[in-house]
Design a protein around this ligand. Structure first.
Ligand code: PMP
Length: 379
């Protein structure tokens, strides 16, 4: 098989060696005579896998002891409503920085359960610039500040997370574990796994204990964060805490996450991923800059994402139809070279290269070379 250069925004490319390990171990797990995905989630084998995976997240992100790691389902989308249900019960207030399409979705759900106080709205400059988080005027009664650390469609990314008066609740769906983080400044971090951490089906939630304990009892079982941390009596009679084992966890996705985390560890952990991701992004931004305006990235330089790189083609004198034809030619040429997923999101058009953790430097180099060649022939 000749493997494609995969720039899809999610589900997205995974490390080849992880796919191969999953393939090799799918039918039989550790000599058990059955697959891990056929095994009870109450078995000692699954329990060991589950707890090891929690431990790996903690280690790689240096998560302090007063946080829990949950494996949820329902995508990041469920968290848009579950978080205000748990944190804003009784109509409390959350501050929110509206930085693009994904923050807007979160805002809509916050409004259903409490008050969304907008402390930044990027609309005036088309969501192409971000505020400095430490300069935001937070409201006195906010429970938290909602941010989307990386807007997947807009290609815009917060670079620093200074400690604020309230904790961040951060949607990190498209940049989780792509760099180190000061987890202690966050109340909740959540992320669908399907971009940086493996296949779809699992949402990682990192939540501070005191916030989790505040979940109201009025919520249905699955919807309350408290449900996902349960005290049970072990076989030896001793009490132990079970995390994300109240109901059946997404076992395949946990297994794949485990392997992706070990791969990240091998790549140098969060620090190693950051170096790798910055080097990859530089190849493509350099190709944009070198085209002298033929390729145009609208995002302010300081906030350009290392995960989702967006651009358009601009050629003076071309009408809309001719520009559209040139766009199509770009995508067709890319596809002929095995590059997939480069069309911009259907809501904005243009182009987007999603270069998550597992996207290789070779793929980014191939794209940068193609862009240079295309610009030379068409500018
Ligand atoms: N937030 C961000 C930043 C995203 O990129 C996405 C998915 N593209 C979502 C939320 C929604 O995630 P899910 O499909 O897992 O619900």
């Amino acid at each position: 098989m000749s493997r494609k250069h995969n720039f899809y925004a999610g589900p997205a490319t995974m490390p080849l060696e992880v796919l191969e390990q999953l393939r090799d171990e799918l039918v039989e797990y550790q000599g058990m005579g059955l697959s891990i995905i056929e095994t009870s989630h109450r078995s000692k084998e699954y329990d060991a896998l589950h707890n090891e995976t929690i431990g790996l997240v903690k280690k790689l992100l240096k998560v302090p002891d007063n946080y829990k790691i949950l494996f949820m389902q329902g995508g990041a989308t469920l968290q848009f409503s579950m978080i205000p249900m748990n944190l804003l019960a009784g109509g409390k207030t959350a501050d929110i920085a509206v930085t693009g399409a994904w923050a807007k979705k979160a805002q809509e759900d916050i409004k259903k359960y409490g008050t969304a106080n907008v402390v930044f709205d990027g609309k005036a400059n088309n969501y192409m610039a971000l505020p400095k988080l430490k300069d935001l005027k937070l409201s006195a009664n906010a429970e938290y500040l909602h941010i989307c650390s990386n807007e997947t469609i807009g290609g815009i990314q917060f670079k620093d997370f200074p400690k604020l008066a309230v904790p961040y609740v951060a949607d990190m769906s498209s940049d989780i574990l792509s760099r180190p983080l000061p987890v202690e400044n966050f109340g909740i971090i959540f992320a669908g796994a399907q971009k940086n951490l493996g296949p779809a089906g699992l949402t990682l939630v990192i939540i501070r204990d005191d916030i989790l304990e505040k979940s109201p009892d009025s919520l249905g079982a699955y919807l309350s964060f408290k449900t996902h941390v349960t005290k049970v009596k072990g076989k030896d009679g001793a009490e132990k805490t079970e995390i994300s084992l109240y109901n059946t966890p997404p076992v395949f996705s946990v297994w794949a996450l485990n392997k992706c985390l070990k791969w990240i560890e091998k790549m140098g952990g969060a620090e190693g991923m950051q170096k790798h991701n910055e080097a990859k992004a530089k190849l493509i931004y350099d190709a944009i800059n070198a085209s002298k305006g033929f390729f145009n990235c609208p995002v302010e330089e300081a906030n350009r994402s290392t995960m989702n790189i967006v651009w358009t083609i601009k050629k003076p004198g071309l009408d809309e139809a001719a520009t559209e034809a040139l766009d199509k030619a770009f995508l067709k040429g890319a596809e002929a070279l095995g590059m997939l997923g480069l069309a911009g999101h259907r809501s904005v058009g243009g182009f987007r290269a999603s270069i998550y953790n597992a996207c290789t430097k070779e793929s980014c180099q191939a794209l940068a070379d193609y862009m240079a060649d295309f610009a030379k022939k068409n500018a």
